[in-house]
Design a protein around this ligand. Structure first.
Ligand code: MN
Length: 259
């Protein structure tokens, strides 16, 4: 009889231990992970601190803070675009021209007479020129409609400002892969719209569209992917809110005066 009691007691203890173990297991399964410490975004840099490596071409001053075009173009995109991509094009262009006959030419002279087989200058010289123009034709609290001579020319050459926007949007949307959409003064002083792949531009021989760019839109994914992902049309629509038409007008007036 005593043996039976002992056995029963042993079983009870054993079963209690099992149940504890099960509880522990259960706890392990449903255990909620420790809340992750929130990663703080690194503070934005100062665009004025970005300098080119040695060479004839300098980083053009941005003229506004990285977050000045938000929400249309977000601060992080602007910072990476200006301090990394643009700097890289500038540094690589400097490397490519230093010690060559191109060293003392302006970027416009280099591109207009470019040997398109010179890939280092084509890609980086194009990248340098295109982005330098891009920073200039955007501004905070800008957008709206152009005024003055360029507004008249847009109405004359496209029918209306809305018709211009439709055509420019289409060029920017349909550029397959990386490239740029352009508003250009052609050899007759007429405004035309087109696009180019990669870092090509209308100054280069045989680029498909020829003339003096007065407005350019970067449609490389690095220009919008952080904020817009695959939605390039949303980025293009947002761009109209940051176009600095005063800067575009100056470029237009200068291009027409040369005709
Ligand atoms: Mn770019």
């Amino acid at each position: 009889m005593r043996k039976v009691k002992l056995l029963a007691f042993t079983l009870m203890v054993f079963s209690a231990m099992q149940s504890c173990k099960d509880k522990d297991n259960l706890q392990e399964v449903v255990q909620v992970p420790e809340p992750q410490k929130e990663e703080k975004a690194a503070p934005l840099g100062n665009p004025d601190d970005v300098k080119a490596e040695a060479g004839p071409f300098k980083i053009a001053r941005l003229g506004y803070a990285y977050d000045a075009l938000a929400p249309h173009i977000d601060a992080k995109t602007m910072e990476v675009h200006y301090s990394k991509h643009y700097k890289k094009y500038t540094d690589e262009l400097n490397k490519a021209v230093t010690g060559t006959a191109l060293e003392n030419k302006t970027i416009e002279e280099i591109l207009k007479t470019l040997d398109m087989e010179n890939k280092a200058v084509r890609n980086n010289g194009g990248g340098y020129y295109n982005h330098t123009l891009f920073w200039e034709i955007m501004a905070p609290n800008a957008g709206g409609a152009p005024k003055g001579a360029i507004a008249d020319a847009i109405n004359k050459d496209f029918g209306s400002f809305d018709a211009f926007k439709t055509q420019f949007t289409e060029a920017a949307t349909k550029q397959f892969g990386s490239g740029w959409a352009w508003l250009v003064v052609d050899k007759d002083g007429k405004l035309i719209i087109g696009s180019t792949p990669n870092q090509d531009n209308p100054l280069m021989p045989g680029a498909g569209i020829s003339g003096t760019p007065v407005l350019g839109l970067d449609v490389w994914e690095h220009a919008y992917y952080l904020n817009y992902q695959n939605k390039r049309p949303d980025y293009i629509n947002a761009f109209y809110n940051v176009i600095n038409w005063d800067a575009v007008a100056k470029k237009y007036d200068a291009a027409v005066a040369k005709k």
